[in-house]
Design a protein around this ligand. Sequence first.
Ligand SMILES: [Zn+2]
Length: 407
Amino acid sequence: MRSTVKLGKVSGIEIGLHYSWFIIAALIVFSLGQHFHQVNPSWSMWEVWIVALITAVLFFVTLLLHELAHSLVAQKRGLKVKAITLFALGGVSQTEDDASDAKTEFWVAIAGPITSLVIGFGCLGTAMAFGWQRSAEPQTAVTAVAVWLGYINIGLALFNMIPGFPLDGGRVLRSIIWGISKNADRSTRIAARVGQIVALLFILDGIWQFFHGGGFGGLWIAFIGWFLMDAAKASYTEVETESALRDLRVSDIMATECVVVNRGMSLQEFVDIHLLTTGQRCFAVEDQGRLIGLITLRDVSRIPRDRWGQATVSEAMRPGTELRTVSPDTPVLDALKIMVRNDINQLPVVSHGSLQGIVSRSQIMQLLRTRDALRLPAGYRPPAELSWRNEVDVRSMSRMLSRHSRV
Ligand SMILES: [Zn+2]
């Protein structure tokens, strides 16, 4: 989730708003205005809307405090937090890494609901100090704001403690299973499954309410359920991916039959000879056996077609100095993270300055699809003695490289 409006930084964490937040903020102001107008008919129109607006802004502040509680505890326990984004259904804190132990996960997850609960009871206490009685509707502006914020924050804490991943309660559940079973993957799978069940209950309840006079409220509940279902599924897939790729090194999966092209070749020739006939999208550019750059479909399409005849491969390629590279023993998961973070589709695998192969996103996806199609258990690994296959490939590749460098 990328934020559309950046508000500033707290403790190095970027705070932003996603555009969907504005829709919900407008809805909150509107429904609060109607509510205040109904319960306090003596208030002027101005009073009603100003109080509604202030309440909505303070609600935003309390939501932010909930997210900040997660983030600050995470920072304290050594996790890097990049940003907090508020959107229609609450907030998300983006951490650079996941918690590495069950205790950290537990405290980071529970910090948010505790904060909301403290704020909630604090607001109700404030309202009482200003003369609000629990059985009556608040009469003054201050008590009206405090009571609404009090109930909504307590509600927020309770909602978030529903034990379905990725809600805070799901993370707490996950950390408890993790602490007992010492198995992080299994705990995420269980918490995500519970999350899917909770989400399904939300959807069914929402539909039921909609057809029994619940109207918009029912649809809203079903919508939240649908969102939770999506998020729970995504967390499940993420764990599957991570456990399938764990222990794999780049050298295990990289393509070693990498086609090397001459730097002086014209783009037109390159397109005709290589791009249109091989189906490959990425080619290494070498000069006397050393990798000097990489040329991809994307690089070619940046050059206008009428220049293809004159422009050379080395003009269009991304030079080696600008390339992110990995070594053969880089974990595949790390390589995937580098590609996602830098929005690139392939990484040259380089050892001592010479190109060993290329690892690409599509290759990793293909590997995952293959495992999925064969229904291999998450922990399955090919036996280690099969690694001879790679040596053969390397030999055939070096033959190929020497063939090309003679060109
Ligand atoms: Zn939370």
